[in-house]
Design a binder for this molecule. Structure first.
Ligand SMILES: [Zn+2]
Length: 397
């Protein structure tokens, strides 16, 4: 069996290559904005009509001709897709103009537009960029996205086909409850994920940089000072480092859980509810978000039964006998005690048990766990949001 995935590598473009990439991005951004304008003035730009317009525009403008046709066509294709999604996907707005000051460069190339020769990425217009090959590509890439992050670093994300070896069959089930002090409390204490506080540790320095930014902020309308920009960059760097550490820890932990369990019942936690509060909370939230994403993704990839359980009532229900307490457990109460059977456990451990019990009761067959595949340009398939059975909230039955 194979799967289509993205492999991302850091790029180290020189000054010339970077200028060329940014010029390419400028042209593509112009095209996107032109398409947005067409749509807003009611001309219903389909990809077909847009590519015809592109051909005409390239014939007229030498500025556009200097750029890669592949990148420009891909930009319009992305636009057409975004427009289509804005009609079909709930909550998705119409494509908006991409402004220079607040969008980051992102270019797409199909096999016609790029090649890899002597370890370098070659793009149209004689652009040649060294790639940091941190691992080997499993197959020839079918397309590549080249993008810049908020720190100004460049990356290349290749779409490749990869062989998958089925994960060994295991027995066992695990329930997972998310929390602030312990990121993941599980039914088996050996699999708990303690909160390592990467962001909290960074928080002090981040706060210092933010104070510095506040001091150096100029009046509205005036261009920001160099000192302000320096502080802003350092703050962004801190946050990024913390996020990377979170993801690394989450991966190691998720692999361990997935390797040893056939059924994984996860509290369906929506981090944005907590994210409005203080810094430390936000940090814990980010750790939970990363852990949940990695766990669900890896669990599905290994063919495990992954079930998302809504968090309602899980802390106040006994995991042994299933009796629901009459009163909600206060946030300060760390120990759960069942009035019915006398079962006593740590608050989160009990919740993890309830989550597992709920998942086992509401049997959603393994067939329900499947990957939603969206068709992508050039016939390549890229995995999108996985489809996971969600159980109805306990209160509603
Ligand atoms: Zn009980």
């Amino acid at each position: 069996m194979g799967e289509t995935v993205r492999y991302t590598f850091r790029l180290r473009p020189g000054a010339t290559a970077e200028a060329a990439l940014l010029a390419e991005w400028g042209r593509c951004r112009w095209l996107w904005n032109e398409a947005v304008h067409q749509q807003r003035s009611g001309r219903g730009p389909t990809f077909c009509r847009l590519s015809k317009l592109l051909t005409e525009a390239r014939a007229r403008s030498s500025w556009l001709r200097e750029g890669s046709q592949v990148a420009q066509q891909q930009m319009l294709r992305t636009y057409a897709l975004a427009l289509q999604h804005s009609f079909k996907v709930k909550g998705r707005g119409r494509p908006r103009p991409k402004r220079r000051k607040d969008t980051l460069a992102s270019l797409e190339y199909t096999t016609r537009g790029f090649s890899i020769r002597s370890q370098r990425l070659r793009l149209p217009g004689g652009i040649s960029i060294p790639v940091v090959w941190s691992r080997e590509l499993p197959s020839d890439p079918t397309s590549v996205r080249i993008y810049q992050d908020c720190l100004g670093y460049w990356y290349a994300s290749f779409v490749v086909r990869r062989e998958t070896t089925p994960a060994p069959d295991v027995e066992g089930a695990i329930g997972i409850d998310w929390g602030v002090t312990t990121t993941a409390t599980t039914t088996d204490a050996a699999y708990d994920l303690p909160y390592l506080g990467h962001r909290k540790r960074c928080a002090a320095e981040l706060a210092k940089m933010q104070r510095r930014m506040a001091r150096r902020r100029r009046v509205k309308g005036a261009p920001p000072s160099n000192g302000y920009l320096r502080a802003k960059r350092r703050a962004a760097k801190r946050a990024k480092r913390a996020a990377r550490q979170n993801i690394h820890d989450a991966r190691v932990w998720a692999n361990k859980v997935v390797d040893n369990h056939a059924t994984i019942a996860v509290e369906d936690f929506k981090p944005r509810f907590l994210a409005r509060s203080r810094m430390a909370r936000k940090a814990a939230d980010a750790a939970i978000g990363a852990a949940k994403r990695e766990l669900v993704d890896r669990g599905l990839r290994a063919g495990r039964r992954v079930v998302l359980v809504p968090p309602a009532f899980t802390t106040m229900t006994c995991s042994r006998c299933g009796t629901r307490a009459k009163h909600r457990l206060g946030l300060g109460v760390r120990v759960f005690r069942c009035d019915d059977c006398g079962y006593t456990a740590c608050r989160n451990r009990n919740a993890a048990g309830t989550i597992l019990a709920t998942a086992e009761r509401g049997r959603a067959g393994a067939d329900d766990v499947r990957h939603a595949i969206t068709s992508f340009r050039d016939g390549a398939l890229v995995r999108s949001e996985p489809e996971i059975p969600r159980l109805p909230a306990m209160g509603k039955r």
